[in-house]
Design a protein around this ligand. Structure first.
Ligand SMILES: [Zn+2]
Length: 258
């Protein structure tokens, strides 16, 4: 891949959002004074929305930079598999081996701690281990305060570093959500945030054909493909198999950014 070294970037100004917040509220106050509430009030609401909406947009970079695709026009993609380790991990590894593809596994710290042999097997087979929080708090990740957010990232980082033998370099946010407190621990841990450009909603949808159609829409040189393991519908391995066949058919290789 071209210039992978420039791709990895931990946030260097974790509180840049604060400067934007102060500046926007000053601008609203000035507008309100100059033009009255009919302009001031909508501006106030819009300015708040501008800080709330990005929390739920997986590719928004207000609170932390994110890599959403790889540079260059080679026919290569970054395969990323979230939420493991799980009962699916061994079969996923077999499938990747069979197709000669490498992937980055975004692991949940407490699940990794419970199944260290799977983490070691991922590493042994030449794949990469990355940080996907300690406990994967699906519903409340976006609302975590500074302490809880730091705790989620740091505990996972410590466990995965020990189990994989080296510190993860990439982090993926739960459900892609971010908030004002995510950048500080990313910065401290030297973690870069990975988003995605192609996904099939395979964490919730077990219909292989439908999932693959959605992935196909985002498939392009440099795409970051988001897949899951251990989904309740039990089709994660089948979906990975189908995705690997799709990539092969269309002449895509998999790369892991260095
Ligand atoms: Zn997840």
């Amino acid at each position: 891949m071209s210039h992978p070294a420039t791709l990895h970037r931990a946030p260097d100004r974790p509180y840049a959002w604060l400067a934007w917040l102060v500046a926007s509220q000053l601008a609203v106050a000035v507008l309100w004074l100059a033009a009255g509430w009919r302009w001031g009030l909508p501006a106030l609401l819009l300015s708040h929305a501008a800080f709330i909406v990005p929390v739920f947009l997986p590719r928004a970079t207000l609170y932390a930079p994110a890599v959403s695709r790889l540079p260059g026009d080679e026919r290569a993609v970054w395969l990323t598999i979230d939420d493991g380790p799980s009962d699916d991990t061994p079969a996923m590894l077999e499938a990747l081996d069979r197709h000669g593809m490498r992937a980055t596994f975004f692991l949940v710290g407490e699940r990794a701690r419970a199944r260290p042999e799977l983490v070691q097997e991922i590493v042994r087979r030449g794949h990469e281990v990355a940080n996907h929080t300690w406990s994967h708090p699906q519903a409340r990740f976006w609302a975590l305060g500074p302490r809880a957010m730091a705790d989620e990232l740091e505990r996972a980082q410590a466990a995965l570093t020990e189990l994989a033998g080296r510190p993860p370099r990439w982090f993926r946010a739960v459900a892609g959500h971010t908030n004002p407190f995510i950048a500080a621990p990313l910065c401290r841990l030297g973690l870069s945030r990975a988003a995605w450009s192609a996904r099939g909603f395979d964490a919730v949808d077990g219909d292989v054909v439908r999932v693959l159609q959605r992935i196909q829409r985002g498939l392009a040189p440099g795409a970051i493909i988001l897949l899951h393991e251990g989904a309740p519908h039990g089709k994660s391995v089948e979906i990975l198999e189908a995705a690997l066949c799709l990539l092969r058919e269309q002449g895509y290789a998999s790369v892991i950014p260095d």
